[in-house]
Design a protein around this ligand. Structure first.
Ligand SMILES: [Zn+2]
Length: 263
């Protein structure tokens, strides 16, 4: 379908663009195993479950060239953040309750640009999964400028910090992609993306970063600490509980339908 690309503004063929990268939805020891999409969205689209189209995408935002311009940063996030932490957390005993520190091999600029692109794509997308993400025109324009100029900005602009779930029940959340949530920390507006056992929070307003979090901000020092927190008792757990209830309902609905059709 042709339309105006939101990044280059040209009228071109638009493609199925992912906001959260497609590989996050394919995570699992079995390559055919897809992530659990955790959302309390009653309008969740069937596309998230259809074969050959993994994850959640928007067909109305990006041309192929612009979508491809993010792949280097997505790849960097996958290799230098995610895969490194997987190795770390598979160690025995697992290093729980201490910050895991990313200290080498990564580019702060590339990681930051990945998070800038994530927030911008989520904010401009009309997909219901991202309905809570809306940075407003002023900040969307700023994010877009940073992407076009490959400019990761000052650490205080759209500051990013990371946490990981340290409680023992890793089964469900380490395979889940959660609906992004808006939160306010010391009057600072932020969005939190919980992906595969991690929480990434991105500041989305012009207020200064809360001083207690400053040392955890990407780019602020030479290292990037990832802070432990408990999944139990978190907002994400509440969502997981709601989703769990609905998954049961959907399964019941399917098996009921089967029974009925078998009669
Ligand atoms: Zn474009």
């Amino acid at each position: 379908m042709k339309g105006q690309c939101k990044l280059c503004s040209k009228t071109k063929k638009l493609i199925k663009a992912h906001m959260i990268p497609e590989w996050c939805f394919k995570h699992g020891s079995n390559p055919d195993e897809n992530a659990i999409i955790a959302t309390n969205d009653p309008m969740r689209r069937a596309e998230t479950r259809s074969p050959g189209s993994v994850g959640i995408y928007d067909k109305n935002i990006l041309c192929e060239a612009c979508d491809g311009s993010f792949s280097e940063w997505e790849q960097h996030f996958k290799e230098e953040f995610f895969q490194k932490f997987l190795t770390f957390s598979s160690q025995e005993p697992p290093p729980l309750e201490h910050p895991i520190i990313l200290s080498q091999g990564f580019s702060q600029e590339k990681l930051k640009l990945f998070f800038i692109s994530l927030l911008w794509r989520a904010s401009i997308s009309k997909h219901s999964f991202y309905r809570r993400v809306n940075c407003g025109i002023k900040h969307e324009t700023k994010l877009k400028e940073m992407l076009i100029k490959n400019n990761a900005g000052d650490p205080s602009e759209f500051s990013v910090w990371a946490k990981y779930y340290a409680d023992k029940d890793k089964i469900s959340y380490s395979k889940s992609v959660f609906i992004p949530l808006r939160c306010t920390i010391h009057k600072v507006n932020c969005y939190t993306f919980a992906l595969l056992g991690f929480e990434f929070t991105i500041k989305s307003c012009s207020r200064p970063t809360p001083p207690t979090l400053k040392n955890a901000v990407l780019g602020e020092t030479g290292i990037w600490p990832c802070i432990p927190k408990n999944f139990i008792g978190s907002e994400m757990q509440e969502i997981a509980i709601k989703v769990g209830q609905r998954i049961v309902t959907e399964e019941h609905a399917r098996s009921n339908a089967k029974k009925l059709s078998g009669r």
